[in-house]
Unconditional design. Structure first.
Length: 152
């Protein structure tokens, strides 16, 4: 049988890292995934909120590098969990047990570490590490003129 799921969405809250009694790390978080289509009556996209559980190193990674609002790509398996609520009613919920979690976006400006030379060319050029227009390196060499010896 095959049970594999991949979803992409934004974290709805910061991951919560806990440890089991044996010391195993487990992180819990949820992501919001917009559906690809709009509701005919409202014209709005419906959002699904999906619970994720990440164990061991994956959980520690998520806890360390992800926060509310970050885009995440989660790959794992869908798991159904039966439980009893406070009133004694039997309930069932679905969650994804993550095998891997990837960044789905770039770091925002406030999340990035300052460049090694604060106030240097990176900031002055708006992110170009060499301070050159068009992203050219000052060490860029123009290739030699075509002398006709290339086979293509």
């Amino acid at each position: 049988m095959l049970n594999h799921i991949t979803v992409m969405g934004r974290l709805t809250r910061d991951p919560e890292l806990r440890r089991t009694q044996s010391g195993t790390s487990v992180a819990s978080f949820s992501i919001a995934c917009d559906r690809d289509f709009k509701d005919k009556s409202t014209g709005e996209r419906t959002t699904d909120f999906i619970d994720i559980v990440a164990w061991r190193a994956t959980g520690e990674f998520v806890s360390k590098y992800f926060s509310q609002g970050r885009m995440a790509v989660v790959s794992g398996r869908l798991q159904m969990r039966d439980w009893t609520d406070k009133e004694g009613n039997k309930r069932r919920s679905a969650e994804i047990v993550a095998d891997s979690v990837y960044f789905g976006d770039s770091k925002s400006k406030e999340d990035q570490e300052p460049p090694a030379s604060a106030g240097g060319p990176v900031e002055a050029a708006g992110g170009d590490p060499f301070g050159m227009p068009g992203g050219f390196s000052p060490n860029f060499e123009t290739p030699p003129a075509d002398d006709g010896t290339l086979p293509f």
